[in-house]
Design a protein around this ligand. Sequence first.
Ligand SMILES: C[S@@+](CC[C@H](N)C(=O)[O-])C[C@H]1O[C@@H](n2cnc3c(N)ncnc32)[C@H](O)[C@@H]1O
Length: 197
Amino acid sequence: MRYSERPAKQFLFNLLRKKFALSRERQIGLDVACGKMIFRPWFETRRYIGVDLDAGRIREGREKYPEAEGVVCAMEEMDPALRGDFVACIQAIGINSHFDPGNTLACVRKLAEATNEGGILIFNAGLPDGSSGEKIEALLRPHFASVEAVPYGAFNAPIGRPAAYVMAQAMNVLPFLRTVAGERRVLYTCTGRKHAA
Ligand SMILES: C[S@@+](CC[C@H](N)C(=O)[O-])C[C@H]1O[C@@H](n2cnc3c(N)ncnc32)[C@H](O)[C@@H]1O
């Protein structure tokens, strides 16, 4: 399990712990914006490929997980041949300071294209003010059999790990707490990638 001092992030980690079970027995795991590959142990795929624009982070990840493959590039520039059966992109789109929010839709399209037929795509995104995320969903729906969007983002200030854990549990059972105020984020789980035209 990963722990955070921020309830919103802890809520995300709790959900992701379950979602990553979908990677079991799949061939290629693609961790886009992998950072130091902290999610490496959560991938139950036969291969793991981490992609990040920060060469130092890729190096650190590979020092810890020597069997991991690493690719240094921006997701915007990913080679179309770089594809996975379980693709994840966590804490990057519309969230990380190195990410250009103007590239949100282009990157979501890129992630969908990087998902093999029958595959799964999981990512979270920070929504800019005034955006409902409708454009992201409209882009995804034609390409997947199912698209689940879980909005969250409230309570993103650090309050210490024990309190954040309790708050995240409350957010799990009382959905209004996830969006009552503060930042607006969405966790997307897309399954059943359709045949790419
Ligand atoms: C907050 S870290 C998250 C790392 C990892 N996904 C995790 O959750 O532990 C965000 C990462 O996104 C990477 N990043 C930001 N924009 C990117 C882009 N356009 N293409 C590839 N990586 C990007 C950063 O270099 C950084 O390593």
